[in-house]
Design a protein around this ligand. Structure first.
Ligand code: PAD
Ligand code: ZN
Length: 361
């Protein structure tokens, strides 16, 4: 079968690979739609450390083809969304209401048992985040597979696998934005636009979108932003001016750059919260002066996967979609065939799409 493989750093190829059948506890899924997320690019370009070769893809939906022994919550024919974090239900974090931090297995590009089902010319190929679903099929841990209703279009469902869950969840779960809040969202890609939707759903009264691109900020308005800054302008100064010098209740950083993280910490009001969603390079540092947190009583929060509990939240997001409260169709700017994956990555780097989605076959 065909898969999108990062063969080494900065080298992407659509190649033929072999896929083993599912072992105990695993599921084989025929992929229908796969979103292209900046984290895929971050594996490819080394921002997120990974071994190579690795099948990319961690945001997807498809149809169950085969289940391994011991899998009873899904069967062949079921429509599913994949979660890039397993939920074992038993580790420290799962039993402490933090299943998005499930620590059942290290995320080293293998299955839970430490081996991989993907091979190329006899060589092991790893998979991104237990999934590697930028491929015609994927064998994944059963505890990463969430059944969904059949009436949901696959391309909308795919987005719930990462970007939408992360972004909307950052707003309504991680930050728990309250009605009437003021927020700034710095970085309006697929995840940032989802943060904006989450803040709109939560009833924020002022949603300030910040991006380098004027087009992205225009898109932001369609998803609920009330204000935008000047592209390439001085975001810090503009946000402070727009909030009467107070700053915002919540500032979301959705890029992963030290400079924009520092902006978010600064524009969070006294007593406010900066929520860090963007994933930067491990060797990079941001700086906060030692006085600022105690004297201003600000909070800096990390956000992993929108604090998701997927058994509850995937159906909840799809229900919001069905009721017209969460726009998933509008998030898909362009679709691609699997062979066009290199173009999809180019477009992601150029920042032209809200989300690009690969439609399989
Ligand atoms: P994207 O590439 O679609 O969007 C990034 C946006 O940031 C683009 O619109 C850019 O124009 C904009 N941008 C870039 N640099 C600047 C700058 N200096 N100032 C203002 N705007 C800028 O990415 P995405 O939305 O797919 O992902 C965003 C981040 O979220 C990325 O770091 C990704 O790895 C991370 C992520 N985190 C989680 C998580 O669990 N925390 C999950 C999924 C994605
Ligand atoms: Zn992602």
């Amino acid at each position: 079968m065909k898969a999108v493989v990062a063969t080494e750093r900065d080298n992407l190829a659509v190649v033929d690979v072999d896929l083993d059948p599912p072992r105990t506890g695993e599921v084989r899924v025929r992929m229908m739609a796969t979103g292209v997320c900046h984290s895929d690019l971050s594996i490819l370009n080394g921002t997120i450390p990974s071994a190579f070769p690795v099948v990319l893809g961690h945001e997807g939906a498809g149809v169950v083809e085969e289940v391994g022994e011991g899998v009873s919550h899904v069967r062949p024919g079921d429509h599913v969304v994949l979660s890039f974090i397993p939920q074992c239900g038993e580790c420290f974090h799962c039993v402490h209401d933090e299943p998005y931090l499930c620590s059942v297995a290290p995320n080293e590009g293998n299955q839970l048992d430490g081996t991989t089902r993907v091979h190329r010319d006899g060589e092991d190929v790893r998979v991104m985040s237990f999934l590697g679903n930028m491929a015609e099929q994927a064998v994944v841990p059963g505890i990463c597979v969430v059944p969904i209703d059949r009436d949901i279009p696959f391309q909308a469902a795919a987005l719930v696998g990462c970007g939408v869950t992360t972004g909307v969840g950052a707003a309504i779960k991680t930050a728990a934005v309250r009605p009437g809040s003021t927020v700034a969202v710095v970085g309006c890609g697929g995840v940032g636009l989802s943060v904006i939707q989450g803040c709109r759903i939560a009833g924020a009264k002022q949603i300030i979108a910040v991006d380098l691109s004027a087009e992205k900020m225009e898109m932001a308005r369609t998803f609920g932003a009330t204000d935008t800054t000047t592209p390439g302008g001085h975001a810090l100064r503009e946000i402070m001016a727009m909030t009467g010098g107070v700053g915002v209740d919540y500032a979301f950083e959705v890029i992963g750059l030290p400079a924009t993280i520092e902006t978010c910490v600064k524009v969070a009001r006294r007593g406010g919260t900066a929520v860090l969603v963007g994933v930067g390079r491990a060797e990079e540092r941001f700086s906060v002066n030692s006085l600022i947190l105690p004297l201003t009583s600000k909070t800096i929060r990390g956000c992993m996967y929108g604090s998701v509990n997927f058994k509850v939240d995937f159906p909840m997001y799809l229900d919001l979609y069905r009721r017209g409260l969460l726009d998933l169709d509008g998030m898909v700017t362009r679709t691609y065939a699997l062979d066009e994956a290199p173009q999809a990555f180019e477009d992601l780097e150029r920042g032209v799409n809200a989300r690009g989605v690969i439609l399989h076959g």
